[in-house]
Write a protein that binds this ligand. Structure first.
Ligand SMILES: [Zn+2]
Length: 145
């Protein structure tokens, strides 16, 4: 049985960067991490387990609290960039312009930060979490049959 699985030609796996960009599971790079689209009116949720290989994304209880710090760093980087860009482009010294732009962009970018803080955490900040070609061979539901 295992020999049969091993002989099935596999499509080339996504590169790490592309898989991260598409929010795929870091273990199999096939299953999605999140439910629905990044910008939609539905609720923002991620799968508890990879729909393809059954990898548990939140590896231990409260693991995604760490993603909060990643999200914070992303936010600070975006705010500083936007504040400098606003100053360079408008030369304005009105605090209201900066408040409006920074709060608006924080709101608009929050779904992006929510997703990619978790992706960055799992792909690059978690030691011992690597792509596993074995997991990418077959959906776990098929293997359990
Ligand atoms: Zn997976």
């Amino acid at each position: 049985m295992t020999a049969e699985i091993d002989n099935i030609p596999q499509e080339k796996p996504l590169s790490q960067f592309k898989a991260a960009l598409e929010c795929k599971c870091p273990k199999c790079r096939k299953g999605d991490m999140f439910i629905g689209k990044m910008y939609s009116f539905g609720k923002k949720k991620s799968y508890t387990n990879c729909p393809y290989c059954n990898f548990q994304f939140e590896m231990e209880p409260g693991y995604f609290y760490v993603a909060m710090f990643v999200s914070y760093a992303m936010n600070v980087a975006q705010m500083v960039t936007l504040a400098v860009a606003t100053y360079v482009l408008t030369g304005s010294e009105s605090p209201w312009l900066y408040i409006a732009i920074l709060l608006g962009s924080a709101f608009i970018l929050s779904p992006f930060n929510f997703r990619y803080s978790r992706v960055i955490l799992l792909y690059w900040l978690t030691p011992n979490l690597h792509y596993d070609p074995e997991r990418a061979k077959r959906p776990y539901r098929e293997l359990m049959k």
